[in-house]
Design a protein around this ligand. Sequence first.
Ligand SMILES: Nc1nc2c(ncn2[C@@H]2O[C@H](COP(=O)(O)OP(=O)(O)OP(=O)(O)O)[C@@H](O)[C@H]2O)c(=O)[nH]1
Length: 524
Amino acid sequence: MLQGFIAILLGLGLMGALAIAMADHLALPLQRLAEAVRNMSAGNFDTRVPAISSGEMRVLEDGFNDMAGHIEEAHRSMQSRIEEATAQLVFQARHDALTGLVNRREFELRLDKALDTVHAGGDEFSVLYIDLDRFKAVNDACGHLAGDELLRQISLLFQGRLREEDTLARLGGDEFGIMLANCSLTKARQVAEDLCALSAEYRFVWQDKIFAIGASIGLAPVTRDVRDVQEIFALSDAACLQAKELGRNQVCELAPATQTDRRRDRGNWASRLASALSEGRLIVEAIPIRALHAGVPGGQIAELSARLNEPGQAPIALSALIDAAERYDMASVFDHHFLETAIRSLARATRQQMGMRCMVPLSRAAIANSKTGDFIASQLEEHGIEGQGLCLMFSEDISTHQTSQLIEFSRRMRELGCQIALTEFGGGVSSFTQLRTLAPSYVRLSLSLTRDIGDGVTSTALLRAILEITAEQDIYSIAEDVDDTPLLEHLRKLGIAYAHGKAVAPREPFDAWFEGAVMRGSRG
Ligand SMILES: Nc1nc2c(ncn2[C@@H]2O[C@H](COP(=O)(O)OP(=O)(O)OP(=O)(O)O)[C@@H](O)[C@H]2O)c(=O)[nH]1
């Protein structure tokens, strides 16, 4: 009996030990597998399990390791494709697609960095602004493909004369910029002269035609007196213009103004502007805008511009005036003059129950100055009108660099009933973000998008995408400087809402336009 009981106990003990051994045999590998799956899902794609079991458990372990290997490989190749695409996007954002050179934006960034070094006591450097001569003749005679090829060849020619540390950029069209780092002014002059001579000797051959071009080059030494990148561009561009005016294919140089020059120039500009205003020589002009579709709000619409007439001199255009005014902190003179003209006219139009809209370009100083909003509010109040009809325009450059000030300003303007328009829209990469942050009512499209569209040079894909996106957000598009009727028709068919330019109506003094608008308004 006792022996039987002991035998049963031994049997039970044996079975228990067997069960524990079997459970261990199964549970441990399963635990390892579960842990490995957790690791994989946490992103550790190099996870593997030791393949040490036998039977079906071994099949599972091998299967898991195979699968992990495939996942790891797929992840690695996806990662490298993402990195490749990102690198490509970064490259595209910094380079010109046609020539592969650095683009304007990247050139500005590099200039900015180099200027910071100069301000911190580093070496001064020089910048060349190059505008090709007689380039248009190649486009006109042989088409844009030939022009494109010339731009590529001339880029290589210029690059060949420069050192590794120099930066050659295509600034747009047939314009190039060069930053000559660690280079004395004497050497910079020599490089500029060499590039000029190379361009004059160069012959562009296309089919049976041979073209001689040339290069007008502006040289600007970048010293500690230069305040910002805008000033580098203003100087080198003005020097290049001088080279053009003096007969092309030559180098002109403009040195930056010193503090004393600035004070003197500021005084000159201040008195020139004050007397121009008091003597009525600052002519405010209207650039009429026309709605291109029946469903688009029509009425009398004009963008304001200006021109300064000085005795014995060619009129000075608004862009040059604003450039000078901003340089000498006097831009608010123009802003206020435009705003007063527009608000006074809108008040008259309101009294005559006439629909009118005035689009007023404002300077970067207007946005930086919190008093601009107060000025507009007080002018509207003084004339007893709401802001409807007054549309304030800002370039993409302003909205990129002064975004938070502009958001605040736009908010206040909308409270007054005014509208916002962005100009040069679509020329840069930040455009789309600004639609969300600034909620404009209008965008005036960058000329680069609309200019050559008629002859199929510019791709319409980007323009169509912009029109689709703006239409979705109830934003009207405006095409600027449309000078011929077929192009106007082409743009209308693409869905652009408004246009201005010679094909719409010539610009004229604002007062004359206003009187005409009143007559047209009363007839209509
Ligand atoms: N082929 C081609 N042409 C372009 C491109 N971008 C701008 N253009 C054209 O380049 C021309 C530049 O005009 P201009 O600088 O006035 O021509 P230009 O004959 O050199 O005039 P000057 O500078 O006064 O000698 C315009 O006709 C533009 O349409 C481009 O990417 N490819």
